[in-house]
Design a protein around this ligand. Sequence first.
Ligand code: MG
Length: 187
Amino acid sequence: MKFGFDIDDTLINLREHAFHIYNRKLNQNISLDVFHALTTMEIHEAFGLTKEEGGKLWTSLRDDIYYSDCAPFPHAREILHELVKQGHEVYYITARAKEHTERTRDWLIHNGFPVTDGHFFCGMSDTEKVHIIEELELDYYFDDKPAVLETLSQLPVKAYVKDRSYNQQLDLPRITSWEQLLEELKS
Ligand SMILES: [Mg+2]
C-alpha cells in the first residue's frame, strides 16, 4: 500500500524546535507550557510578536530551524522503516518552499529517514497537496494541518491527523503517538 506523510509537525517536532530557537535569539525563557497551549500553528504569539514580526523572524531563522538538529517524534523513523520492510511505499509531501527541496530531502536521508527516488514532493501550496495525494493514489495520508486535511474529504485516502494543540477541532482518526501505529503494524 501507499503511505504519504507530511514532514513538519507530523514526523518531526519542528515548531517546538523553533520555539527553543526563538527563546535563544530573543533572549527569552518562555516555558513549554505556553507552547503546548498555543491554538495557532504560528508560534509568534507566545513571544508577544505581531503576525508580521513573527513572519519576518521565521523567515530570517528558517535555515537554522529547518537544518539544525530538529528531533523526529518518537518512533516516527521506526514506523517508516517498518512500512518499507513490509513492502509498502512511503511518500513525503511537504509544503516547504521549493528552494528547500534538495536540502530537505538530504536532511531526511542524513537523519535516518528512508527516502526512495521519486517519493519526495516539496514546494506545493497547502491546497495543492490534495492533487498530489490523488495522483499518487495514496491509501493513507498523515498531516497535522487543518487547512490540508480539510481538502481531502472527497478522496478515498484514509487521512489521519497528527495530534497537536491547534488541530483539536478536527474529527479524524488521530495519531497521538507513532508507537501505537507501530504496534498495530507489527501485530
Ligand atoms: Mg505539517
